[in-house]
Design a binder for this molecule. Structure first.
Ligand SMILES: Cc1cc2nc3c(=O)[nH]c(=O)nc-3n(C[C@H](O)[C@H](O)[C@H](O)COP(=O)(O)OP(=O)(O)OC[C@H]3O[C@@H](n4cnc5c(N)ncnc54)[C@H](O)[C@@H]3O)c2cc1C
Length: 325
């Protein structure tokens, strides 16, 4: 439960305007609806408040930035640090124009990290821009930047002109795509000094498209998703990256693993690259064990080592050690 009352070191940070909570059940904040507790969580009031909070947080406090948790699992032993929730916080979404450029020639969309990606798609369509692929990604802009999320042949970073990042001390930086190594579901800063930075906002440049066409594309894309994905059960989208020239789902299905279960976790019978929390009882350990089982059985059958796309953090249930990414 979110509370205004600061706790622990948090009551040493009096100028903050956001909300602290202790012992937060992360299953309520990730789309798999499974996993452990976070020792504490903070929802900033806005970007300035986040900067102030980071400037004051003890340097050795482990931190986890979370968007909508649609690609995230916290192990059953929990995350012994502070989770920072951006979804309800960094919500600015607006049009910006580059100085000195005619209004309709370079209309950028400025979106803070907590804005939901589908909202960017609809906002762009209303402006006569095509960001339809973002409608199929049920996370935030921050998560899309961190993952280089994409679908139906498009991905996030080719549309990014620049980003605002924030470092561990709360300082903001404007960076361009050239500052990052960007690949398929992979983004890493080139400069080691930038490695602790997270995404606070991005300026996107999407191609022009008639509003009616952009809206129709969004509708078609969502219909395809509903028809092909097991959306009735908690899941985190595709669990594994597609290996070069192939599809993880094809390899998993060819290995005969559709329907394979560990506890409450099941390889979806609808889409083999999805693992669903089939009856709501899966633990994070069930899910992670099923992931490693799928990896070893696919490797044994096909020789292909599947690489996990979903992010798993925190401690195993029996462990009391510090968090691992
Ligand atoms: C039904 C379903 C369908 C999906 N389809 C797709 C798809 O087609 N394509 C696709 O790419 N993904 C897909 N996903 C996965 C997921 O939606 C994307 O990866 C999404 O971009 C994650 O965003 P999020 O805000 O939920 O991030 P989270 O899950 O909250 O976090 C994911 C990772 O990003 C980090 N992170 C979050 N915010 C920030 C930030 N501001 N700065 C730095 N790091 C941050 C987190 O620490 C974590 O490591 C799907 C998921 C589901 C459930």
């Amino acid at each position: 439960m979110m509370m205004n009352e600061p706790r622990h070191f948090a009551n040493q940070l009096p100028a903050l305007r956001g909300q602290w909570a202790d012992n937060v059940a992360m299953a309520r904040h990730v789309s798999w609806r499974a996993g452990g507790m976070a020792r504490r969580a903070y929802t900033p009031a806005d970007l300035d408040d986040l900067a102030a909070m980071l400037a004051q947080l003890p340097v050795d406090e482990p931190m986890l930035f979370a968007g909508l948790g649609s690609n995230l699992l916290v192990r059953d032993g929990g995350f012994k640090g502070t989770v920072i929730f951006l979804h309800a916080a960094l919500n600015t979404l607006r049009v910006e124009r580059l100085p000195g450029v005619a209004a309709d020639q370079d209309e950028l969309i400025y979106a803070e990290a907590g804005v939901a990606s589908p909202k960017v798609a609809r906002f762009a369509a209303n402006l006569g821009r095509d960001a339809a692929f973002m409608a199929g990604i049920p996370g935030t802009v921050g998560g899309a930047l961190a993952m280089n999320a994409g679908c139906y042949g498009a991905e996030t970073w080719p549309f990014v002109l620049q980003v605002c990042t924030i470092d561990r001390q709360g300082r903001r930086h404007v960076r361009t795509p050239a500052d990052f190594e960007i690949g398929y579901r992979h983004v890493a800063p080139r400069d080691v000094d930038a490695q602790g930075e997270v995404f606070a906002a991005a300026w996107f440049r999407f191609p022009a498209q008639e509003t009616s066409v952009a809206r129709a594309t969004i509708r078609t894309l969502l219909e395809k998703r509903v028809a092909s994905q097991p959306l009735r059960w908690p899941n985190a989208g595709s669990v594994f990256r597609n290996p070069p020239g192939d599809f993880a789902a094809r390899l998993i299905e060819a290995t005969g693993l559709k329907g394979l279960r560990v506890g409450g976790a099941e390889v979806s019978t609808v889409h083999a690259n999805f693992i669903v929390n089939a009856d709501g009882t899966a633990t994070a350990d069930d899910i992670e064990t099923l992931i490693t089982t799928v990896q070893s059985r696919v490797a044994a059958a096909t020789g292909v080592q599947l690489i996990r796309e979903v992010r798993i953090v925190g401690d195993a249930a029996s462990s009391s050690s510090s968090p691992k990414a």
